[in-house]
Design a binder for this molecule. Structure first.
Ligand code: ZN
Ligand code: ZN
Length: 354
């Protein structure tokens, strides 16, 4: 069954149609990336309305529903809604702006259902990846692993954070990646204490830890990985903090298997870091789901009751951040499998001294 058929078959009760307007969800169900377009879903049929710019490509690529050339959107939607006798149509409250909602409400002859049920249904579906989606994520991660190997020869004292970030991106995209999952994070020395620091003109110096958080997309699907490497001999404290993060990473990953609440896996890592004396310096969740969006369900932190289930792709990324000194984060992506998990990241996690 296609992803779209799954949605059509599972439309919530009290909803006889759905309007998919967000770029991410349109791509999820049609397989095509476009900056505009509307997917109208009923229990029997689905229509992808796209304008002239995308129409030719959509006719070739989109096979799971009827492709309609969008000319006058609202009259066309009114006609289709009338043809299928739609009265209550769900919208994606998680993505829609108030202005978009007001436009729909003014122009469509149906009741728009925005109580969260449609978004919940879609997030739950997107959380469990199909084999095709996993294949794209694996390809994206393969490029990411290869870019990491390449950058090890590139990093040396005098290179700036920005230069390293650009080199990673060019290399991965030359391999075949479509584009990046997010703006790469490359932070050196004391900048490493900022988990989401922006690469700047700071040159790498002897004795620095350099943290690189990067990933690319294949057919829209993201990879995500972080490594921290030492340039020149690390201090005793740097080694000790690295070893603690690595222990938290390995032991929390070992706990990943179906049926375990996400918060319990977060707690494995958090307890190790807290017992090591750095609890207050691990200020973010253990990880997150990855798919068409770099951060998606399941949330993978404190308070997340979501159970691990086969098909989820999540990151494991504990870190310790010491303001004014340095930071360490180690991030892999894992696929939850019926037996446990499969590590999708192949790069070494040993502390590399360049
Ligand atoms: Zn990351
Ligand atoms: Zn991440």
């Amino acid at each position: 069954m296609t992803k779209l058929q799954t949605l059509m078959n599972n439309l919530p009760q009290g909803m006889d149609g759905a309007l998919i307007l967000s770029q991410t969800n349109r791509q999820y169900y049609t397989g095509m990336r476009s900056t505009a377009g509307v997917l109208l879903v009923t229990r029997q049929e689905a229509y992808f309305l796209v304008d002239f710019r995308y129409y030719e490509a959509a006719c070739k690529q989109v096979t799971d529903c009827s492709v309609v050339l969008q000319e006058k959107l609202y009259p066309q939607l009114q006609e289709l809604m009338g043809r299928h006798n739609l009265h209550r149509v769900g919208v994606e409250d998680a993505y829609l702006t108030l202005a978009e909602f007001a436009g729909l409400e003014k122009n469509l002859p149906v009741e728009l259902v925005h109580d969260g049920t449609l978004s919940r249904l879609i997030f739950d579906q997107r959380m469990v990846k199909t084999p095709d989606e996993v294949a794209q994520i694996k390809r994206a991660q393969e490029y990411t692993d290869r870019a990491f190997l390449h950058i090890l020869d590139y990093i040396r004292p005098g290179r700036t954070e920005r230069e390293i970030a650009l080199e990673l991106e060019f290399f991965a995209r030359r391999l075949g990646a479509d584009w990046t999952s997010f703006n790469f994070i490359v932070v050196a020395g004391e900048n490493g204490s900022q988990p989401h620091g922006v690469p700047g003109n700071r040159p790498v110096k002897d004795g620095d830890f350099v943290t690189m958080d990067f990933g690319v997309r294949c057919s829209g699907y993201c990879s995500d990985m972080t490594r921290t490497v030492a340039v020149g001999a690390p201090s005793e404290k740097q080694r000790q903090v690295y070893d603690l993060v690595l222990k938290a990473h390995l032991e929390s990953m070992a706990a990943v298997k179906p049926g375990i609440p996400c918060e319990e896996i977060d707690a494995v890592a958090r307890n190790i870091i807290t017992q090591g004396g750095y609890g207050e310096h691990f200020g973010h969740a253990l990880g997150h789901g990855v798919g068409l969006e770099i951060h998606e369900e399941p949330r993978f932190g404190m308070g997340s009751k979501t159970l691990c289930a086969p098909g989820q792709v999540v990151t494991i990324e504990p870190g310790i951040y010491l303001p004014g000194e340095f930071g360490v984060r180690i991030e892999n992506m894992v696929l939850v499998t019926p037996e446990g998990h499969e590590d999708l990241t192949k790069s070494t996690r040993d502390l590399l001294v360049l």
